[in-house]
Design a binder for this molecule. Structure first.
Ligand code: AMO
Length: 432
């Protein structure tokens, strides 16, 4: 029976069967050291038999093999155990040479080379590690929301109207009718509050981003939640805090090898994440930075970075909520701030200099939606299916969305979101 590389130390003295990829083949004078890679790690195989040494010389790295041999303790072997007296059987054809050496601990290949050759490049332990962290992050997100009694839903990704703004939407032909790729599950998650009160979704969303930036993708994974019976956006922020805390904890528990390999420093998630109102943030920036952003409807990336440094200095937190963004910059479903209707009951969560989450309280009265659409010069027609939820009675509610690839990029310190995206889709890239 096949065992994994991580299990060989429990079998010292036994004959064992392993299978995986030839990570490295290193011929010395009389013996050949081969390193086998499986889903759990690496194990060294020592071939001394001249026939096998000759055969290994013809097996290129990345060929898939089965190895049967004796697990033998050797303090000099990585992990303290190696496989001796092996027989080796190829399970694949001799593999093509990878575009760069997968066995070298550090990746020197540039991002485009990695992306162009993703099928094989992602096998490199350092390039695969972010996706172990991604999987653990999603498990943590689900765990938090399940604990808080949210129900997971799966909503359409082809829709009949834009949800976030008309500009960056992909249009497609749907049996002769105009359709769009969903920019978010926004309308459906709100609608489902009328059914379950609390819902969440993990799924792809599409943004026709015309800019080639290090933080934007044309398809990304959105971690969404929506909940009913909130007092205001602060109830939603409390759920964001729980979700992020469980994501970080789950990464520590389930992806510790990847965390160690990449030298990731996991953040503390404060019990209460500090929050600053948009207007106060602008005052602070004007006072402290010599620039005056007051009057601007949004924060510049440089200002987000500055505010994150400030939060770390003042509050010892790598997370900062900015609340109350101006209504003009928020989608029509946004709830205004009571008493200051130019501001909104919305928030962003900034993490290590970058916007990670957007959320807020929504309008919930049907008449408010009609007024909001009219104020923006839009007709309610295209939104009929969504507006029906409000006509039939909806509670005060709110929700948020977290960009998964951005989260992992900030966590791992990646300088480009594409290092933490499987097969990224962007302005230039539709394959592989
Ligand atoms: P928003 O459009 O701000 O909000 O998106 C939410 C979060 O998704 C991430 N994100 C992106 N990640 C990669 N590439 C992109 N092009 C991209 N665009 C956004 C960010 C961002 O914070 N419906 C609202 C959410 C809500 O209010 O519930 C929405 O989609 O991390």
């Amino acid at each position: 029976m096949r065992i994994l590389s991580s299990q060989v130390s429990k079998h010292v003295g036994d004959e064992v069967t392993l299978a995986g990829w030839l990570h490295r083949v290193r011929p010395l004078k009389s013996v050949t050291f081969a390193v086998l890679r499986d889903r759990d790690g690496l194990v060294q195989v020592v071939a001394a038999d001249p026939e096998l040494v000759t055969r290994l010389a013809d097996l290129p790295e990345e060929t898939v093999v089965e190895v049967v041999g004796t697990a033998t303790a050797n303090v000099q072997a990585p992990g303290g155990v190696e496989i001796t007296s092996p027989s080796v059987r190829a399970l694949s054809e001799p593999a093509l040479t990878p575009p760069f050496d997968l066995y070298r601990p550090v990746v020197t290949a540039a991002l485009p080379t990695v992306l162009d050759n993703a099928a094989v490049a992602l096998r490199h332990p350092r390039l695969r590690a972010p996706f172990e962290i991604t999987a653990a992050s999603v498990a943590g997100f689900r765990r938090a929301l399940e604990r808080l009694d949210f129900t997971e839903v799966h909503t359409p990704k082809v829709v009949s109207s834009a949800t976030e703004s008309g500009a960056n939407v992909f249009a497609l032909d749907w049996f002769g009718r105009k359709a769009y790729l969903a920019q978010s599950p926004q309308f459906y998650k709100q609608t489902m509050v009328g059914v379950f009160e609390r819902v969440y979704e993990v799924g792809p969303v599409f943004r026709a981003e015309p800019h080639d930036t290090a933080r934007h993708l044309a398809q990304y994974t959105s971690l969404d939640a929506e909940m009913g019976f909130v007092t205001d956006h602060r109830d939603v922020m409390a759920v964001v805090r729980e979700a992020v805390a469980d994501m970080v904890a789950s990464v520590a528990e389930r992806a510790s090898a990847a965390v160690d390999l990449l030298g990731v420093r996991l953040p503390d998630v404060p019990r209460e994440i500090p929050a600053i109102h948009f207007a106060d943030a602008q005052e602070l920036l004007a006072r402290e930075t010599g620039e005056d952003p007051r009057g601007e409807p949004d924060l510049a990336p440089a200002h987000e970075r500055w505010l994150c440094e400030w939060a770390l200095r003042e509050h010892g937190s790598e997370f900062l909520f900015v609340t109350g963004y101006p209504m003009v910059k928020r989608p029509f479903y946004t709830h205004p701030e009571p008493g200051r209707p130019e501001y909104s009951n919305s928030f962003d969560l900034l993490f290590r200099g970058l916007e990670l989450v957007t959320g807020g309280q929504r309008l919930h009265r049907h008449s408010d939606y009609l007024a909001a659409l009219e104020a923006r010069g839009e007709s309610p027609g295209p939104y009929a299916g969504y507006l029906a939820a409000f006509a039939h009675g909806m509670p005060p509610h709110g929700g948020f969305a977290l960009g998964l690839e951005r989260f992992v990029a900030r966590l791992t310190g990646a300088d480009n979101i594409r290092w933490t995206t499987l097969f990224p889709r962007d302005l230039h890239r539709l394959a592989p």
